[in-house]
Write a protein that binds this ligand. Structure first.
Ligand code: ATP
Ligand code: MG
Length: 243
């Protein structure tokens, strides 16, 4: 019997890189203030928490309490007035705009409360874009598959203005999912969906969490969605009241 090819020489078992032991997110003393003609407005104040890799966290609170502002700071889309956000061990304040964009492209999916789809691109092109930006050879195949997963296989060529609110929301979810990000931020991901479609999106989110270990950070008013998350963070007038 011929010798089977020798197995590759056993590499020493590497201890995981230090970054792996770090939380997905660490937030310290986070504050956001804006200057308005009528005086300074404090939107967020003294927010601190950690989120472990693979965790699922709901951020809840009344309208205007600061949830969307917090999500933007966590993803490095906006800069805090004080404090620090560390994403996968990297302090975002140490990066310039390009550096933060790279971290987002590598690690983060983001679903905006108002979707922010590009109006001049079709649904398919919107979902292909993050794959093209990171240089994937095949963007069309995975983008199409992702749109089918959210039930939009028949709407690939539609422009955002030709889609309903719930359909636009699902395109935004597909665009955020398609890169298989380590961290997914979503602002009211079921806010515009009927119960059944909302339930399907919730299942999709938690399938990503279970299968790919995606850390979920979800702003929501949906009790059903919050109940599925392992942790709930409550914001009241810009302060964390439950961690
Ligand atoms: N750039 C800004 N300039 C002035 N005020 C702002 C700015 N951004 C947010 N705010 C104010 O900060 C507060 C928090 O806004 P934010 O959008 O974070 O609330 P939210 O909790 O997401 O509310 P909702 O549930 O309605 O989406 C609001 O009162 C808002 O008017
Ligand atoms: Mg909001």
């Amino acid at each position: 019997m011929p010798d089977s090819p020798s197995p590759p020489s056993a590499a020493p078992v590497a201890s995981p890189p230090v970054a792996e032991a770090r939380p997905a997110l660490r937030v310290r003393g986070l504050g956001k203030r804006v200057a308005l003609p009528e005086g300074a407005l404090t939107i967020l104040d003294g927010i601190g928490f950690e989120i472990a890799r693979g965790d699922s966290v709901a951020i809840v609170g009344a309208s205007g309490s600061g949830k969307s502002t917090l999500l933007s700071l966590l993803a490095g889309l906006d800069l805090p007035s004080s404090g620090e956000v560390e994403l996968a061990g990297t302090a975002l304040s140490t990066l310039d705009e390009d550096g933060r964009a790279r971290v987002r492209a590598d690690q983060v999916g983001f679903v905006f409360q108002n979707f922010q789809l590009l109006p001049s691109l079709t649904a398919l092109e919107n979902v292909m874009l993050p794959l093209e930006l990171r240089g994937d050879a095949d963007a069309r195949g995975p983008a199409e598959a992702e749109l089918r997963r959210v039930g939009l296989g028949e709407r690939l060529g539609h422009y955002p203005r030709q889609l309903s609110g719930g359909e636009q929301q699902r395109v935004a979810l597909a665009r955020a999912f398609v890169t298989r990000p380590a961290l997914l931020f979503a602002d009211e991901p079921t806010g515009n969906l009927d119960t059944r479609t909302g339930q399907a999106v919730i299942e999709l989110l938690f399938a990503m969490n279970a299968e790919a270990g995606t850390t979920l950070v979800l702003v929501t008013h949906d009790d059903q969605l919050a109940a599925r998350c392992r942790r709930v963070l409550r914001i009241d007038s810009g302060r964390l009241v439950r961690a």
